[in-house]
Write a protein that binds this ligand. Structure first.
Ligand code: TYD
Length: 424
């Protein structure tokens, strides 16, 4: 399904990329490759019109399983400056994320009885949406965000933000100026970090015995169960399960005191970590047992996943070709990073999708990486509704079905690509 222009401008670019040979968590060399989705462009590299005719960098995208510690991870690391310095993703443009963060702030301050005026630090604070929820609860907040365009946006809405990468030195500076934070958050950040040892050393510097470090990461069991292969992209270096994490934190004198399974991003884990804590909740034990039952320690589990990925590609492209052959008008709904993996891996371009609609102003007027599909604001979808909308932002299925009830009542249909392509 790829057009000639895409083929002529495709270029695998080794500059800015490092191939890894040892596990980033346990540093052993027992990595086993089980899936390759590339070569593929960076999934948040949306293109302006003038960039369409220029060569576009493509990178391999290989997934490995470490048979020592169990961490699933990418075989390549792309220079973070290339991926994050000018960033397309804005938390505040997805209203379900706002709801999620409001409930996270309430849950955390209640669970840990956090006094008003406590310092809350968010690493990878994006546009400040999460910290805003803590501010509303009378906390002092500080964001750390290396994407300059996004950090500026957070500051313009009154969220104090350091436009910087997180490091041990930065942690020391923060503590000497403001003291130790009570809560340190890293939502959808931990899996993006290559030097996780260095990252955790920085976190340890920020913490005292009252501090809690909270991470949210997509959960490997959900990714495997729902065949969420499109959540595999260069920004996501690790695919997290609890077992490797428990061992990892222990080595730094830290303990996972509690864990929760949450709905965001196709199914995630929220992990609570403290320094030298004696007890952990029964949920930690239950989840570790579930991981054994699910056979997360066997390469066969991952090979089966790779087979399911191939099946989705075959079924989805055949469904779309069939609908198109019958004259249907089809668009893409949402332009998430994951959508670009799906479109490129399945080679779905403008001969199938007329356009993609998205609520993020930064993406509107641009083109999707690799497949070069134009992105329009959401009102274009309402003005020119297609017969079928391929739901690329499938993680918001329920919210979007609710929101687009009118579209469906007038005969419009959604195509949901995973875990098995289906029309709803
Ligand atoms: P998301 O799934 O949050 O992230 P990722 O880029 O990590 O895969 O991205 C969702 C995208 O979908 C985001 O660009 C906003 C867009 N979107 C809509 O266009 N309409 C909607 O109703 C919602 C909920 C999201």
């Amino acid at each position: 399904m790829q057009d000639a222009m895409n083929i002529s401008t495709r270029k695998v670019k080794p500059e800015g990329m490092k191939v890894i040979t040892e596990c980033r968590m346990c540093h052993k060399k027992n990595l086993h490759s089980f899936l390759s989705l590339g070569p593929i462009p960076l999934s948040n590299s949306f293109l302006s019109k003038d960039q369409l005719s220029k060569p576009e960098p493509y990178y391999p995208l290989d997934v490995h399983f470490c048979s020592d510690c169990g961490l699933v991870q990418l075989g390549q690391v792309i220079d973070p400056e290339l991926m994050f310095k000018d960033y397309a993703y804005l938390t505040g443009t997805s209203s379900p994320m706002k709801t999620h963060f409001t409930s996270l702030a309430k849950r955390v301050t209640k669970k840990f009885n956090t006094p008003k005026g406590s310092l809350i630090v968010d690493i990878g604070s994006n546009d400040g949406t999460l910290l805003d929820c803590f501010k509303t609860l009378d906390m002092k907040v500080l964001g750390i965000e290396p994407a300059t365009n996004v950090a500026k946006l957070a500051m313009s809405r009154g969220i104090e933000t350091l436009d910087s990468w997180f490091s041990k030195e930065l942690a020391q500076n923060i503590c000497s100026v403001r003291g130790k934070p009570r809560v340190i958050l890293a939502t959808n950040v931990f899996a993006h970090v290559h030097d996780i040892d260095g990252f955790i050393r920085g976190i340890i510097n920020l913490m005292d015995s009252d501090s809690v470090f909270i991470i949210e990461v997509p959960y490997l069991i959900d990714m495997l169960d729902k065949v969420e292969f499109d959540t595999i992209y260069h920004e996501h270096l690790s695919y997290i399960s609890l077992r490797p994490l428990v061992t990892f934190f222990k080595e730094f004198g830290m303990d996972i005191i509690d864990v929760e399974r949450i709905d965001v991003h196709g199914g995630s884990l929220r992990v609570y970590v403290q320094k030298d804590s004696a007890s952990s909740s029964s949920t930690v034990k239950q989840l570790l047992e579930l991981e054994i039952k699910t056979k997360l320690d066997s390469i066969e589990t991952y090979r089966r996943f790779a087979t399911s990925v191939g099946r989705i590609k075959a079924e989805l492209t055949s469904l779309l070709n069939d609908l198109k052959g019958r004259g249907a008008r089809i668009s893409g709904y949402g332009a998430p990073a994951k959508g670009n993996i799906l479109l490129n891996f399945c080679q779905i371009g403008t001969e199938i999708l007329d356009y993609v609609s998205d609520t993020t102003p930064f993406k509107q007027g641009r083109y999707t990486p690799g497949m070069h599909i134009p992105i329009y604001p959401e009102n274009h979808f309402h003005k020119s509704p297609p017969d079928y909308a391929l739901l690329l932002a499938w993680n918001y299925l329920d919210d979007i079905l609710r929101k687009e009830d009118g579209y469906r009542k007038t005969g419009g249909k959604f195509i949901v690509p995973i875990p098995k392509p289906q029309i709803v």
